[in-house]
Each structure stands twice: as C-alpha cells, then as structure tokens.
Design a protein around this ligand. Structure first.
Ligand code: SAH
Ligand code: SF4
Ligand code: F3S
Length: 470
C-alpha cells in the first residue's frame, strides 16, 4: 500500500533526474484473457494507455470492445476538470454491477485521478471491488499488480507522489501504424494556479535527445508518416540538462530524420523563442500548426492564473508566428469564469479572439481542483453567468473556425489519410498539414499516404474534399 500525497507531489528538489531502463517481468498467466481499457484525458494519457496495452498484450491478453466480455478492466483517468471525475465514477457504477455477476473480473484504476488523495480515499471507502489503483509514475508495475490481484482479494493502492524518473525501453502497443506519439518531456513545473497537472505528473524532466531521435528513426523505418512530440510544455524541453539544449535543437534533429510529418503539443506562450519559430518555418516536414493556449485575454486574470505573459505579449507572439511561418494555423485553449473574472475581463478575452481569429479552440468553464491555489480564491460569479460567457465565446470561436476553413475552399492541400471516414463509409478521412480534419473521396488504399485533396466544402469543424491526381 502506498497512498498519494498532494503536498509531497508539489516538492521540486534539485536532485538529479534518474534515467532508467524499463524491465517487465514476463508471465503467460493471462494467455487468452481479454482486457477492456478506457482512456480519459489528454494525448499523454492516450500514449500511457499504449504502454498499458503493451504490457497486457505481452502477457498474452487481447483487447475487447465491451465491458461484459472482459477479464481485466482498466480505467486510465484524467483529473483536469470536475466532469472528468464524474465520468469515471459514473462508469464505476456499471463496473460494480458487473463485478457482482462476475466476481473474478480484475478492475484497476490508473492515471491522473489516482494521484489525488481525495479520490483514492473515495475508492477505498466506497468502491472496495476495485482491485488495485496505480499512478502515473508506476505504469510499468501494472504486470505485478495484475498478478497479485488475481491471487488476492484485498484492494491494493500503489501510488507514488514523487518528482519522477525518465524511463527508456518502454514497450508500446501503438494504436496507429501511421501516426505516433513520442514523449519528449514529462511533468510540468509551471504551476498555473488552476491546474492539477504539476501535482499528478511530477517535475519537468526531459528524455535524452539521442533516445528521442532514435525512436523517431525507428518509427520512420517502420513506415510511420507522422510523429507528434509530446509534453505539457514542449518549450521547456532540455532546460533540465543545463547545457544550453533547447526545444528548437530537438525539433531540428527530429526534422532531419526525414520523417514526412513532425508535430508537437503543447507549447506555452511563455518562452516560445524566435529560434523555435525559425526552425518551424525552415523545415518542410515540421507542420505549420501551433496549439498556443491563451487561457484568458485579460492581463489581470493571466497574472492571477500565473501564466507569465500579458495580453500584449500573447498578441505580439501570435503576430510574429503568422508573419514568419507561411500558412500557419493556430489553435488555443480558453478558460472562462476564473475566480474574479469580471465582464470586462471576459471582453478582453473576446477582444483577443476577435484579433487572432483562431483556427479552432477548446473552451472550458473554470473547475476548482483541490490543492491548487485557484480553488481557494474567492469566486462570486454565478455558474449561470459563466455558462452564458462560454456560449458567447463559443459562438465567436465557431464563426472564426468556419471562416478559416472556408479559406481553403477550392484549394488543393496535402492530407495524410488515416482511415475510413466515420461519417460516410464510402470516404476516407485525414488531416491537412494545418491539422484540419477532411473527409475525402478517395480509394481505401490511400490510407497511410499523403495525398493531394481539393477542398469542396467547409464546415466549422471539418472539411470535405476529393483526391486530385497531379
Ligand atoms: N499544458 C497545457 C495545458 C494542459 S491542460 C498548457 O499549459 O497549455 C489542457 C487545458 O485544460 C488547459 O489549457 C486549460 O485550458 C484547461 N484546464 C486546465 N485546468 C483547468 C481547470 N482547473 N478548469 C478548467 N479548465 C482547465
Ligand atoms: Fe497546467 Fe500550466 Fe502546466 Fe499547462 S503549463 S500543464 S496549464 S500547470
Ligand atoms: Fe488529464 Fe492528466 Fe492529461 S489530468 S489532461 S490526463 S495530464
């Protein structure tokens, strides 16, 4: 038993990060069994789930799509907002019923929610049928936890509130054979006052550049067309090495591997250097797409959020990107209803949206997270008002995202085809270099290829097009 502790999770010491090689104990105990894995949250969690699948399949298990036929059920959870929490506990209700009928089913909970003290308390008190809980720092222990759970009826909690290590040799079962996630930096040290991530993911620690480049080379050799470099804040890459390495150096090395498409998420507007802009502009295979979270357009609220930039600094960075990176598309994240946000603060946000005309945005109502400074700030705006602000914001966002899509009408753009379209089975779908979703009239054998597509229709959230042969 090892319980999470938010205070411990906050500590950032000067201790050297430990670099370790993953070692998975092998067993055939689970041969022929089925697992059901559900993932919540961000790309990091998606990628962590690929590690979990790697372990489960190494043990001989196969995935299944429905809860009822599973021998092992795993939930990889997210803690970013209250609704993420509600979704998981809602789902646990179903699992509880199932467990009554099939008591031998093993249930495990991992991910960011597991790193929270209050959640683990709730699981201990109200959900004793959950076999084990593990955190973001010990995914590699999943195998051991499974073996123990199959022989012992006691609930096991193994969550570590530490700064974290960097593991190499991780065994992934990737969801796609066309695009791949590649971790470059773990954790976050920004401590934006509303955010739980620095507590659930540990301190900022970078993978060694040569390991990352090697992983990308391997992926390229396996035929992958695209990699997305992952970090809560990719700009911070390499700074922990204290030898002058920065993200732009890594980006350049990754571009030089010649893999057709390179992407990265997420970049914080703070510390987005000119050199990074230059490198993005210089290499054809670095996609002209930047996700640049704004959070708020009011400098006063940005200060309360601990975001380290003002409205003006954001706008000038935005302009610089638009000027120097040809054809760049920029999306953002915005929080409305941060404690103390007034109508005039909110109008500052609308003003930035008006000026930037983002290609797209994820918008959220502020959700207080236990243990973060913003959760203790006085918040007098009624939820009803916050909902109205969100709606007003979304109307503008959708308008501009449609406008930016309409600019592509009748143009021919490169699209990496990923699979059969969900909307229309006679079509395929993929993404433009600028990260716009397109449903395309093209044969199935274009899946995995970058093809030229003429855009025939533009909606708020997607485009339609047809393949053109050049
Ligand atoms: N590291 C990224 C963000 C990761 S979380 C960055 O700094 O840009 C993704 C988004 O969730 C954030 O950009 C923010 O808009 C939103 N978010 C985070 N904490 C939140 C909270 N407590 N309430 C509402 N939205 C939140
Ligand atoms: Fe959260 Fe801020 Fe870190 Fe992003 S940069 S993960 S919002 S603390
Ligand atoms: Fe959620 Fe954890 Fe990602 S809190 S957004 S899964 S880092």
């Amino acid at each position: 038993m090892n319980l999470p502790d938010l205070k411990k999770a906050k500590i950032r010491s000067l201790n050297q990060v430990e670099y370790k090689v993953q070692d998975y104990a092998f067993t055939r105990m689970f041969e022929g069994k089925k697992y059901f894995l559900r993932t919540y949250g961000c790309q990091m969690n998606e990628h962590d789930s690929e590690e979990m699948k790697g372990i489960l399949e190494y043990y001989g298990m196969t995935p299944c799509e429905d809860l009822e036929s599973a021998d092992v059920i795993l939930l990889n959870t997210c803690a970013i907002r209250e609704n993420a929490h509600d979704k998981v506990f809602g789902y646990l209700g179903r699992i509880k019923h199932l467990k009554k009928e099939k008591p031998n089913v093993i249930v495990g909970i991992g991910g960011c929610m597991s790193q929270e003290e209050s959640i683990v308390e709730e699981i201990r008190k109200r959900h004793p049928y959950v076999n084990f809980v593990f955190g973001t720092h010990n995914i590699h222990e999943l195998g051991r936890l499974l073996i123990e759970a199959s022989g012992d009826a006691h609930q096991d909690i193994e969550v570590y509130s530490k700064e974290g290590e960097v593991y190499e040799g991780v065994m992934y079962k990737r969801d796609s054979h066309i695009t791949a996630w590649v971790n470059i930096i773990y954790g976050c040290d920004k401590f934006c006052t509303y955010c739980i991530v620095p507590y659930t993911r540990g301190k900022e620690r970078s993978r060694k550049m040569k390991e990352i480049v090697k992983e990308v080379m391997d992926l390229k050799e396996q035929g992958y067309q695209e990699v997305t470099l992952l970090g809560q804040n990719v700009n911070a890459y390499g700074r922990d090495f204290k030898d002058g390495t920065e993200f732009s150096d890594l980006l350049e090395e990754v571009a030089k591997t010649g893999i057709p498409r390179v992407r990265f998420v997420t970049s914080h507007p703070w510390n987005f250097t000119d050199k990074m802009i230059d490198i993005i502009a210089k290499y054809e295979n670095i996609m002209p797409y930047i996700h640049l979270p704004l959070q708020s357009g009011s400098s006063r609220i940005l200060r309360l959020m601990g975001r380290r930039y003002t409205k003006e600094e954001y706008l000038s960075l935005f302009e610089k990107m638009k000027e120097r990176i040809p054809n760049v598309s920029i999306t953002t994240d915005i929080i409305v209803g941060f404690p103390g946000e007034t109508e005039s603060d909110f109008e500052e946000t609308l003003d930035v949206v008006e000026k930037c005309k983002f290609d797209g945005a994820y918008t959220f109502i502020f959700s207080p997270r236990e243990g973060t400074p913003a959760a203790k700030m006085k918040d007098e705006t009624p939820l009803e008002e916050k909902e109205k602000r969100l709606q007003r914001l979304n109307e503008r966002i959708n308008l501009y995202s449609k406008e930016s899509n309409e600019k592509l009408l009748n143009k021919v753009v490169p699209v990496l085809i990923l699979g059969i379209s969900e909307k229309d089975e006679s079509k395929v779908y993929g993404y433009t270099d600028t990260m716009k979703l397109v449903n395309v009239e093209a044969p199935v054998d274009t899946i995995g290829e970058i093809i030229s597509v003429k855009i025939t229709d533009a909606k708020s959230f997607s485009l339609d097009g047809e393949q053109v042969k050049e």
